[in-house]
Design a protein around this ligand. Structure first.
Ligand code: GTP
Ligand code: MG
Length: 440
């Protein structure tokens, strides 16, 4: 009796909701959606090849399009950021493009500013990672996730500049080659151009980005798309009338090229691959492959190692100490070298000064001799002049004496007529002259 009533009291409760950890992916998705995503594209291509137009076409946005001149002294990079939103998903899109690429007389170093730019973005991320208080979730990640390399549609294949630049970029970024302005090449020529480009890339060992085929969901489409590389694209910012519809395209006297028509170009394929199917893989490859390589090289350069030759793992403290000692040793070497240099410089300067002093001393002695000589000459002249002066004075005294005597002689003569007397007193000079003549 008792057992029956107990079983009657038991009730079975239905679950009010799902119990389990299989909601974890949803939690992660919600968290990531709330944080938002970022995607950074780099467009590398010659001036006027259609970079800005393609970005505008791909994202349906009017990116700022300032025409670059063909006279840039060096290659520069220009970036623009747009905040986009599709339903609840926010995307911070940064488009970076080259300015003046391929315009220099010597293009040997054209790839360098691009590599430097990529390294600077890696460096910023590494600096944040190495901070004591790091905040990678809120970090403004500017590492480039995809590089669209614009190939000119003219010619039979790639230019040397294209090959060299793509080779340099392959270890730093996911390179996706595209044939720009594909509407100016015939269908047949385009096919040949694509084949030549891929053959050349293969024979020079240039690694371009391959759409991943490991994931079953995308394996089929990605392997088909890998065979379509390089994508032949057409860009346009205008809508043209085709039948009764307005479509994005380019209008020519013989018809319209519709950029979203897969028979006309590969723009839709590029958009699908870049944004819808492989955006996350591009982001992941950037972090796991390219950034990881940069980080490893940089840390090794800084002296960090995971293991020593005997496979003993290094602690951070040991590495730091070893690096510090090495740095102090280097500093001491530099100090010693500088000290030696300073001593040598002082010795050199001292020798120079001594030489100058000797020259000055010789000059002084010479001047002293000249001065002595001149003084002696002057003394001589002074003596001569004094003698002349004395002689002159003696003559003067004699002349005065004679004149005095002459005057006395004149005054003792008897006075003649008044007229003569008058003349005599009124013209003493005449008298003196007369007396002088008389004397003579
Ligand atoms: P810079 O920023 O000055 O280096 O040029 P850019 O590479 O951004 O080229 P931009 O997009 O400014 O295009 C240059 C010219 O090419 C413009 O007149 C465009 O209309 C034209 N253009 C762009 N895309 C295409 C295309 O797919 N086909 C053709 N035929 N012309 C295009
Ligand atoms: Mg532009």
């Amino acid at each position: 009796m008792m057992a029956t009533s107990e079983s009657e009291e038991k009730r079975s409760l239905a679950l009010s909701g799902h119990v389990g950890f299989n909601s974890l992916p949803c939690q992660q998705v919600n968290k990531l959606v709330a944080q938002g995503f970022c995607f950074n594209i780099l467009c590398v291509g010659e001036t006027g090849i259609g970079k800005s137009t393609l970005m505008n076409t791909l994202f349906g946005r009017a990116f700022e399009n300032e025409e670059a001149s063909h006279y840039e002294a060096e290659v520069k990079l220009h970036s623009q950021t747009h905040d986009l939103q599709e339903n609840t998903v926010k995307l911070k899109l940064t488009a970076v493009h080259t300015v003046g690429f391929g315009d220099q007389i010597n293009n040997e170093q054209s790839y360098k500013p691009i590599l430097d730019y990529l390294d600077i973005q890696f460096e910023k991320y590494l600096e944040e990672e190495l901070k004591i208080q790091r905040s990678l979730v809120n970090f403004d990640d500017s590492r480039i996730h995809a590089c669209l390399y614009f190939i000119a549609p003219v010619g039979h294949s790639l230019k040397a500049l294209d090959l060299i630049t793509m080779k340099k970029l392959e270890s730093k970024v996911n390179v996706i080659p595209v044939i720009a302005k594909a509407d100016i090449v015939s269908k047949n020529d385009l096919k040949i151009l694509k084949r030549n480009i891929m053959n050349e890339l293969r024979s020079y060992g240039v690694q371009i980005y391959q759409f991943p085929t490991e994931d079953e969901d995308v394996a089929e489409i990605n392997s088909a798309m890998n065979n379509c590389l390089p994508f032949a694209v057409v860009g346009s910012t205008e809508d043209v009338k085709v039948g009764n519809r307005m479509v994005r395209g380019r209008l020519y006297p013989w018809g319209a090229v519709q950029v979203e028509n897969e028979d006309h170009c590969d723009l839709v394929k590029l958009r699908e691959m870049l944004l819808r199917v492989n955006m996350e893989d591009l982001r992941e490859q950037t972090h796991a492959r390219h950034y990881e390589l940069y980080r490893r090289c940089k840390l090794e350069e800084m002296g960090f190692k995971d293991t020593d030759p005997d496979s003993q793992s290094f602690s951070l403290q040991e590495t730091y100490e070893a690096k510090r000692k090495e740095f102090i040793r280097e500093l001491q070497h530099k100090e010693e070298a500088m000290r030696q240099m300073f001593v040598n410089k002082v010795k050199e300067t001292e020798a120079e000064l001594k030489e100058k002093e000797k020259v000055l001393h010789e000059r002084f002695e010479q001047l002293k001799r000249v001065h002595h000589e001149e003084k002696k000459n002057l003394e001589e002249k002074r003596r001569e002049l004094e003698e002349e002066m004395n002689a002159f004075n003696r003559r003067k005294v004699a002349a005065e004496t004679l004149m005095g005597q002459a005057l006395q002689g004149c005054s003792q003569q008897p006075l003649k007529k008044d007229k003569d007397k008058k003349n005599f007193f009124s013209l003493p000079s005449a008298c003196s002259l007369t007396s002088g003549r008389n004397l003579n």
